[in-house]
Design a protein around this ligand. Structure first.
Ligand SMILES: [Mg+2]
Length: 203
């Protein structure tokens, strides 16, 4: 896409910060089961593992990596992502990927589906959702104000991380009609619905 011929985008949104799993790709993780298997006592997996003494830390991390690698191999790009990304590029909007997944799995998905981001932050950054630190780091690197950005995710982790970074524009992809996301969160069931909304907002 030739950006020099692109339209000027709505000054209200300059960049989108996407989550990976459940947002860009369909993937099946049963986090309740995973937490049980890793015996985290209900705690978020990454911070639980990080705080373990060795050798348990390395052992549980390997266990988690095996689960994630298996899920990533089976993951499929969500319908409409390519078209949405083409549109965002045409509108000169930046795209970031912020995920708690590993760089290895992100590289696999990016290469397999030939998608690209202006900025990628994986768990190797040490900044994990639900902390908003990774989002703040994106804003800082892009020199964007929090109101310039919109977070697109699929879970409460994304909502909480956005709140932690004081980013108010939050979009969640969920097919659950009885979801309990807070009122300021926009919920769409498909990428195509989200694409349509962007077109209305940005044109
Ligand atoms: Mg997700």
């Amino acid at each position: 896409m030739n950006r020099s011929n692109s339209k000027t985008s709505n000054p209200g949104i300059k960049g989108i910060i996407f989550d990976l799993d459940g947002t860009i790709v369909d993937v099946s993780y049963d986090w309740v089961q995973i937490k049980n298997d890793l015996e985290t006592g209900g705690k978020p997996v990454l911070s639980f593992i990080q705080n373990l003494p060795e050798p348990e830390k390395t052992k549980k991390m390997k266990q988690l990596e095996q689960i994630e690698d298996k899920a990533t191999k089976k993951a499929s790009l969500k319908d409409g992502i390519k078209e949405l990304f083409d549109y965002l590029e045409k509108m000169n909007l930046k795209k970031a990927l912020v995920t708690n997944n590993s760089k290895r799995n992100v590289d696999f998905i990016i290469k397999k589906y030939r998608i690209s981001f202006d900025l990628v932050m994986t768990r190797e950054s040490g900044l994990w959702k639900p902390s908003g630190e990774a989002f703040l780091s994106v804003l800082e690197r892009w020199k964007f104000h929090k109101n310039d950005c919109c977070v697109v995710g699929d879970s409460m982790f994304d909502v909480v991380a956005a709140r932690d970074a004081a980013i108010n524009r939050v979009i969640i992809l969920s097919e659950d009609r009885n979801h309990s996301f807070p009122g300021h969160v926009k919920v769409f069931s498909t990428i195509k619905d989200l694409h349509r909304w962007f077109e209305e907002e940005l044109n």
